[in-house]
Design a protein around this ligand. Structure first.
Ligand code: NAP
Length: 312
């Protein structure tokens, strides 16, 4: 059964929501620098356009001071997916870090995002050209619409499709889209979004949007997987971490991986980066996966992050 049919079967969807398996994550980066820090390589995730991306990545939100250093360190510990955005104001620094690491461009997967302001100002083309320039001048692996600015989604998507056809964007996708936003876009999209990057962490598991998005054969990527650090003190997660002799961060990221989700996590601490990527040598039991699902209290990191009512 392929990934799409697996998800569409009720057993598959129920399995995803409760236990989860990395059903698409079967390949591995072959040329990761082996510096002995990662126990196992990060799996590659197959997207609906046939391209692949690492299932676990490094986020750069708030990294405006020394983004180059943190990105270089993340690459040195084994991260190959780097998540930035026009709004993070660090695209140039992110690319400097990639260059400084010495890794070949083709061996790193860069995601960026078109900001709500440029959608409203109708300067999407100009902003894409600037992002392309800042991110190496050749291509961007994945460009997302950062927030669903409803009056400007169609126009933005059409421009992003043009850039795919020109070979400047390899894949395009969404962020913070609710199911109704996706349904609208699918009515006119000539290119299907490959993924939807949404807020997902144990205290906001976002299961309904996740399940519906996967059902449409659009991958789901977790942002703020550690709730920006807020979920690391959760007592249920701490007891599971103790049982596996792992950190809470590792337990949460492993929970994402076992449900076939992509996840991007951020750290400015190399020891934490190493911990966060060393999650491919253990497996959470179905019971513990269910217990983590039960931590949900529908609590966003900020009430402002509601995709139907965001203030920016
Ligand atoms: P996060 O991964 O949820 O949490 C980061 C926090 O956890 C930091 O304070 C970090 O502190 C700490 N941490 C990380 N690993 C740790 C470990 N092993 N042990 C202890 N503490 C650890 O980060 P986030 O930045 O909120 O979200 C991740 C990424 O998602 C962002 O950077 C961004 O790329 C993306 N994002 C996207 C959107 C969107 O609208 N699409 C919104 C928000 C975020 P240290 O630095 O001390 O390690």
């Amino acid at each position: 059964m392929n990934r799409s049919n697996f998800i569409k079967s009720s057993a598959g969807l129920a399995g995803f929501l409760t236990i989860g398996k990395s059903f698409a994550a079967t390949d591995f980066f072959s040329n990761r620098k082996d510096n002995g820090t990662a126990e196992k390589d990060v799996p590659l995730f197959s997207l609906n356009n046939g391209l692949k991306m690492p299932q676990l990545g490094f986020g750069t939100w708030t990294l405006t001071d020394k983004p180059d250093q943190y990105v270089r360190e993340a690459i040195e510990v084994g991260f190959r997916l780097i998540d930035t955005a026009q709004g993070y104001q660090n695209e140039a620094g992110v690319f400097k870090g990639i260059k400084d690491s010495g890794i070949a461009r083709k061996d790193v997967f860069i995601t960026s995002k078109v900001g709500p302001d440029v959608m409203r100002n109708r300067s999407v083309k100009e902003s894409l050209d600037i992002s392309l320039e800042k991110l190496g001048g050749e291509y961007i692996d994945l460009m997302l619409i950062h927030w669903p600015v409803v009056d400007h989604i169609q126009e933005t998507w059409n421009i992003m499709e043009e850039y795919v056809n020109k070979g400047l964007l390899k894949s395009i996708g969404l962020s913070n889209f609710n199911p109704h936003h996706i349904d609208d876009l699918l009515k006119y999209a000539k290119i299907k979004p490959v993924l939807n990057q949404i807020e997902i962490h144990p205290t906001f598991s976002n299961m309904e949007n996740t399940g519906i998005t996967l059902y449409k054969d659009i991958a789901v990527e977790c942002w703020s997987p550690l709730a920006s650090g807020n979920d690391l003190d959760n007592s249920v997660l701490k007891s599971i971490a103790k049982k596996y002799d792992r950190s809470v961060a590792q337990i949460i990221l492993r929970w994402d991986m076992q449900r076939g989700l992509i996840s991007v996590t951020r750290s400015t601490n190399v020891a934490h980066m190493k911990e966060d990527i060393n999650i491919f040598d253990f497996e959470l039991s179905p019971t513990d996966m269910s217990i983590i699902n039960g931590v949900n209290i529908n609590q966003r990191t900020s009430a402002k992050n509601d995709p139907d009512n965001f203030p920016w």
